[in-house]
Write a protein of this length. Structure first.
Length: 198
């Protein structure tokens, strides 16, 4: 029986998607579920034992209790920490959603839940015509939005939530991750998000 999944999206890069994804995996494991992690596309990697490895993808793999080959968890991995479509262009590679869906189905066949972590934000291009949003639409996953709480986060969060909803995907909820603890009016900003993010 195939499992279900969740897609973890961020308002931007560096807002804590991996942190939240690994927490979700550990909580689902604590509840007795078989859980896999997936990072379909990753930019920023280094060679480990002869293989190009992204740290975020490795954290997901290590947190999960369903073990799969690295290349299944992270089918597209690029060394430079740049937008994935640019990294792919440099290598004359095309990021193919069919391949991502195939790898996702493999994981879903083994796990009860697959936590899929995006790269960058919702509208980051993955090739000449498609974005991260197209991956979510293909996999038909509910979306959890990680909001990096810092100056400008209200606008980023509201625009991203609106884009998710307008794309026809399910906005399942959001998580505030405080990355600027000294931000002025921090609690008031979070309250504003609570009122406006439905």
């Amino acid at each position: 029986m195939s499992g279900t999944g969740l897609f973890v999206c961020g308002t931007d890069t560096g807002v804590g998607k991996t942190y939240v994804s690994t927490l979700l995996i550990r909580e689902l494991r604590r509840r007795g579920l078989r859980v896999a992690g997936m990072k379909p596309v990753a930019s920023g990697a280094s060679i480990v034992n002869g293989e190009l490895i992204n740290d975020d993808a490795m954290q997901l793999l290590q947190a999960a209790n369903v073990q799969s080959p690295y290349a299944t968890v992270n089918p597209y991995c690029f060394a430079p920490a740049v937008a994935p479509h640019l990294a792919a262009q440099e290598l004359a590679t095309n990021i193919d959603i069919d391949v991502i869906e195939q790898k996702y189905r493999q994981l879903a066949g083994q796990a009860e839940v697959v936590i899929v972590e995006g790269v960058g934000g919702w509208s980051v291009p993955i090739n000449d015509t498609q974005t991260m949003a197209d991956i979510v639409s293909r996999l038909k996953l509910p979306v959890i939005l990680v909001v990096g709480i810092r100056l400008g986060c209200i606008n980023h969060a509201l625009l991203t939530a609106q884009a998710i909803t307008l794309s026809g995907n399910q906005f399942a909820g959001w998580i505030a991750n405080v990355i600027e603890p000294d931000m002025a009016m921090l609690e008031a900003s979070i309250d504003t998000l609570k009122q406006r993010l439905m």
